[in-house]
Every structure is written in C-alpha cells, then in structure tokens.
Design a protein around this ligand. Structure first.
Ligand code: PLP
Length: 429
C-alpha cells in the first residue's frame, strides 16, 4: 500500500532490458520512500487527465501546489533589475559573496522583520526554506528522532527518510517507523497534544500551517517551547507563511516566545512574501544559545554546512531581498498578501455556503476543507478534477492525519478563484 496514493509512475525500478546497470547499490533510504514527492504526483495526475481529455485542457484551474501567481511588484522588481545591471559594470561587478549572505541583507532581515530580537550574525541567507530544511537535516544527521505535525508539509518527513532516520513505512498506519507523528486535526484545534506524545530530538513545527492553515496562538507556542525545553528537544520552526498573519497577537516568529532562543531555530522564505517562488531567496535563524548536548553551538555546524555545500544566494536575488525590506517593498508585499487572503476568503465562503466545515484561510493562504465522514481525499481530488477541472490537493498527501480533508490554495488569479468557487459549489453542493 502506498503512503499517499498508488503512484501513476513507479518510483522504483527502470525496465532492465534496455539499459546496462551500474554496480552501485541504491541508497537504501531511497527505497523506503513511497511514490514520488507529493506535488509532482499531483502534476502527473493532472497531466494524465488532460491526456485522456484534451478538450478539457483549457478549463483546468489550479488550486493545487501553493505557487504564487501575481507578478513581482515594481519596487521589488527594481531591486532585482538594478542588482542584475550592476553586474555588467566594472565598478558594480561582484563574484562569490559571503556564504551566509550579504551583511546588509542579514542586518535588514534582523531589524525589519524581527525588530532586533535576533542578531544579524544569526541570520543565514539562502536559496529558500525547502533547501534549508535539507541543510538542517544534514546538521542533525541520521541518528536523531524527528517529530512532525500530521498532516504537514511533506519535506520534513521525506528528508528524514532520505537521511536514514526512519524505518520503513507501516502499510497499515501509513506512517514511517521512528518518526513521531503529532496529530493536528479539527479534534484538537490543529495543535498537537505534545505533552502526551513521545519525545523526539527534533520537532518540526509550521505556523501558519501548510496544509491546515492553522496559525498557532502565543499560548500554544509557549507550551511548545516549554515542552521542547523540558525534554531537551530542538524545535525547527517553519515561518514561511508568517506575513499572512493578520489576527492580533498571533506570533509571526518563534522568537517572540520567551525562552525560544535556547530551543529553536527558524526557517523562513521570501517565496510567499514577495512572489519569489521562482526567484529563490530564504533564510534560517540559528540563535547563539542553541546548543547540542556537548555544549557546541548548532549555529557553528549550520555555518559549516552553508560554507561547505552552499556558495551563497545569488547576488541578483539578494538585491531583490533588500528591496523587499524597504518601506515601499513592505507595502507592496502587504498588497500581495491582501490579494491572496481575499482569494482565501472567497474559497472559504464558497465551501461554507454548501455546508462544509472549513478551517484556515484567515491567517494563511490555505483553506482546509473537512470532507463528509468516510469520503476519501484522493477520491474527492479525482472527482473534482474530472467533474469541475479544478486541481486541489488531497489532505492524505500531507500524511495520514490529513485524510478526510482537502486543501485549496489561494495562490491563483482572482478570476479563476471566482470561477473555481462556482464550479466547486456546483460539483460538491
Ligand atoms: N515551508 C513550507 C511550510 C512551505 O509550504 C513551503 C513551500 O510551499 C516552503 C517551506 C518552501 O519555501 P521555499 O520556496 O523558500 O523553498
């Protein structure tokens, strides 16, 4: 049985007749991975549908993979353009930069986004949060036990498997052995009962959450930090959707929580802030106080990974990052986020109007729809694709805890969201 769904294309073996094979043993960790990575799998299903129904190709609307669709606004774009132009001049040319990022950008992130609660030397600029999650895994190695929210962004689980931290997948529970799954469903308000779950070394926690759209409150994050501290765990906080938080008092960074500096690091990204999903720019904050059991600093090992296996984010792109953090850039980001949050509101209202319980979508770009009892999320995904030509994501794709839910992404042009709302109402209403 597959973890997510039976893949359309086998992940495993190429037909042996045509090719001569090497004598290299396949990394056994990769044989444990079930199917392909979730988002390409969604793309394959969509393409298979189009191949069978070519006349429907132009009707397809994607509310699937959370990829931004709005163009990069003027001021931010000017930052990218001017730093590219500089490279064509003798005075402005630069080659390799610091592996940790430009000093000016590190400082601006610390000042403008964290209001000085972290130091610039603790900011590591990168090519994105997804890549940083793998780098975090490289720092912790294969002997740690990881905990993840269930459902969660699939990268935490898949990279844990690739690193060799896990056993095989259990075909019944659809969970990998040696990962602590922290159920987050409507039954517990999408916040895990962490005190009653087994201890893990590394706890991945994403807020606002992908896919549930839940943004953890201050009290919830205080509890998370407290439990991690008591258990000697390290918290890896994913804040990629932080600027979508509009509710008062909901923390945008784990470092707003007292004591977090001794237990947490934070991955973050310009992807959803500024339409940089293709541009690629992110950062990770590793506080000085975060240490391993031997007293050595996590920061130093993260720095070692960055300096050894990364050569710094593109200088062009970092110019775009600086522009994002100017007052004009921040205002442009706010406008972009307002746009996507309005989409989320429309999707939420549409589903509620036909009687569905809907979560998220207020402090996050994802709307998490509860399906009627017993309805499979992959079947619902297929039904909506076939009847309404709308691509969604089945909750089960984010882990077994997501079964019974459907994720709708608000990253889409407004007219297509409006059209999708009316088709969803027709198909599911
Ligand atoms: N973290 C979460 C929770 C995400 O949902 C995503 C992208 O969808 C990322 C990280 C990836 O960010 P980046 O584009 O910076 O690699």
């Amino acid at each position: 049985a597959a973890a997510f769904a039976p893949p359309l294309v086998s992940n495993n073996v190429v037909s042996s007749s045509a090719l001569s094979m090497s004598k290299v043993e396949r990394n056994p960790n990769f044989t444990k991975l079930i199917g392909g990575y979730l988002f390409p799998e969604i793309g394959r299903r969509r393409n298979a549908y189009i191949e069978k129904n070519p006349e429907m190709a132009s009707r397809i609307i994607s509310l699937g993979i959370g990829d931004t669709t709005q163009p990069i606004p003027e001021h931010i774009l000017s930052g990218l353009v001017s730093s590219a132009s500089k490279l064509g001049t003798k005075e402005g040319y630069s080659g390799y930069g610091a592996e940790q990022g430009m000093a000016e950008l590190r400082k601006k992130i610390a000042d403008k986004l964290y209001g000085g609660i972290i130091k610039d030397s603790e900011v590591f600029v990168s090519d994105g949060a997804k890549c940083d999650i793998m780098r975090v895994q490289q720092v912790f190695g294969s002997r740690v036990v990881t905990a993840v929210q269930d459902p969660s962004y699939p990268v935490y689980v898949d990279t844990s498997v690739m690193m060799g931290q896990t056993g095989n997948i259990n075909p019944e529970t659809k969970q990998y052995d040696n990962i602590v799954y922290m159920p987050c469903t409507d039954e517990n308000n999408f916040f895990p009962d962490i005190e009653n779950l087994p201890r893990a070394d590394i706890v991945y926690f994403c807020s606002p959450n992908n896919p549930t759209g839940a943004a953890a409150t201050k009290e919830q994050l205080e509890k998370l930090v407290k439990v991690c501290k008591e258990r000697g765990s390290i918290l890896v906080f994913d804040a990629a959707y932080a600027p979508f938080i509009r509710s008062e008092g909901v923390p945008k960074s784990i470092f707003e929580i007292e004591g977090a500096r001794e237990v947490a690091m934070e991955c973050n990204s310009f992807s959803k802030y500024a339409g940089f999903t293709g541009v690629r720019l992110g950062w990770t904050v590793v506080p000085d106080e975060l240490t391993f059991a031997d007293g050595s600093k996590v920061r130093d090992d993260f720095n070692r990974v960055m300096t050894t296996a990364f050569n710094g984010a593109s200088n062009i792109v970092q110019g775009g990052g600086l522009a994002c953090l100017d007052d004009e850039g921040l205002a442009e980001i706010d406008t972009l986020i307002d746009y996507y949050l309005e989409n989320a509101k429309l999707l939420k209202e549409a589903m509620e109007s036909i009687g569905y319980a809907v979560y998220g979508g207020t402090d996050a770009p994802y709307v998490f729809v509860k399906l009627p009892e017993g309805k499979s999320s992959w079947d619902t995904f297929s039904e909506i694709l076939e009847k309404a030509q709308v691509v969604t994501i089945p909750g089960a794709g984010f882990g077994p805890g997501g079964e019974g839910y459907l994720r709708l992404s608000a990253f889409a042009p407004r007219d297509t969201v409006i059209e999708a709302c009316s088709r969803l109402k027709e198909t599911l209403g």
